[in-house]
Design a protein around this ligand. Structure first.
Ligand SMILES: C[S@@+](CC[C@H](N)C(=O)[O-])C[C@H]1O[C@@H](n2cnc3c(N)ncnc32)[C@H](O)[C@@H]1O
Length: 335
């Protein structure tokens, strides 16, 4: 869990901006912004000034960071040869995707944060000044995801976290087309874990595959998704809540679970091979076995691994929702 908590430098930068702020006023902002986000209003309607952006840093950033960091960690663990140097943070907000990517790939040299919210960008710039050299010199660009400026050179990694969700259906293809054109490596899109966002990701998946992309995660293949509505796929990450976070949210629990859906697509040359098998739900512990729901190259499979099948059981007993479990496929192939 701690792997996906906000980096200490970013936490400290936010804490110093929060210093001396009235927690009551922040809580009122948090309540208003949360209500607007629950109604699916866009950032342009919810974030009215830089203090609203700061309230977002307190109550939403830890969760969007954790979800994005978990997706990027999966890519990095699976494909150690993938070492991006140029990063585009699309719909950057406060730049969480940039911070998360830099934790995993310290060799990143160039960071571009693109967004159309002046309030988010202004705070993103101030926060980035507290990061390492690549963050401190990040280019913070005001622009539209569907009609981005000419960046001169494509990016090794493009990450869009919780931003595509704000793109109207009619503009989805245009935004994806622009992102893919600017990508020479991998494109990761992280979205809220809702059926609506999953369905839109499936549309994005088709558009990207038609454009020549190969799926790297979570899907084990680039053939059509075997899930049939109302079935859908999403994941979750648990994150600790700070004292201020609990205070402004009026929450008692010391943690929260952030549900998210995602898609990572790559150019063939980027060698980001997908996993053979993905765990689609929290594994169910039975008395004599663990039951798993898996997405495999053959389709969706439900399987129970018996405790007495020691070899298999030991290989999956620590498996969590969202993990890839290629060991099972390898064992099946070896039988
Ligand atoms: C909910 S915030 C997420 C911010 C950040 N990526 C995160 O994960 O915390 C959505 C962001 O997408 C940006 N956005 C929405 N539509 C956009 C567009 N057409 N072009 C550029 N940015 C856009 C908003 O301004 C906002 O910063």
């Amino acid at each position: 869990m701690t792997r996906f908590s906000t980096p200490p430098d970013l936490r400290a930068a936010i804490a110093s901006l929060l210093d001396e702020r009235s927690r009551r006023e922040l809580a009122a902002r948090v309540a208003r912004i949360s209500a607007l986000f629950r109604e699916r209003r866009r950032t342009s309607e919810a974030i009215a000034d830089e203090d609203d952006a700061l309230a977002y840093a307190l109550f939403r950033l830890p969760a969007t960071y954790a979800a994005t960091a978990s997706v990027l960690a999966g890519l990095s663990e699976r494909s150690p040869a993938f070492r991006p140097r140029r990063l585009l943070d699309l719909g950057a907000g406060l730049g969480v995707a940039s911070w998360a990517a830099l934790q995993l790939w310290p060799d990143i040299e160039t960071i571009v944060m693109l967004d159309r919210s002046a309030d988010f960008l202004s705070l993103a710039r101030r926060l980035a000044a507290s990061g390492g050299p690549a963050l401190a010199r990040a280019q913070v660009v005001s622009g539209d995801m569907g009609d981005p400026p000419d960046f001169g050179e494509p990016f090794d990694l493009i990450v869009s976290s919780y931003a595509v969700t704000e793109i109207p259906d009619a503009r989805l293809a245009e935004v994806l087309d622009a992102a893919w054109r600017n990508c020479r490596g991998a494109l990761a899109i992280v979205e809220p874990g809702t059926p609506r966002d999953y369905a839109r990701l499936m549309r994005a998946r088709t558009l990207l595959v038609d454009a020549g992309a190969h799926l790297s995660a979570p899907c084990p293949h680039s053939a059509p998704c075997p899930l049939v509505a109302p079935d859908w796929c999403h994941f979750a990450v648990r994150l600790a809540r700070s004292r201020d976070h609990k205070l402004v949210k009026g929450a008692a629990a010391p943690f929260e679970d952030e549900k998210f859906a995602y898609l990572a697509a790559a150019r063939r040359e980027a060698s980001l091979a997908p996993a053979a098998t993905r765990v689609l739900m929290r594994p169910e512990a039975l008395k004599y076995a663990v039951r798993l729901r898996l997405c495999t190259r053959r389709g969706i499979e439900e399987t129970a691994i018996l405790k007495r099948d020691r070899h298999r059981f030991d290989s999956i007993k620590k498996t969590a929702w969202g993990d890839d479990v290629d060991a099972l496929e390898e064992m099946a192939a070896g039988e």
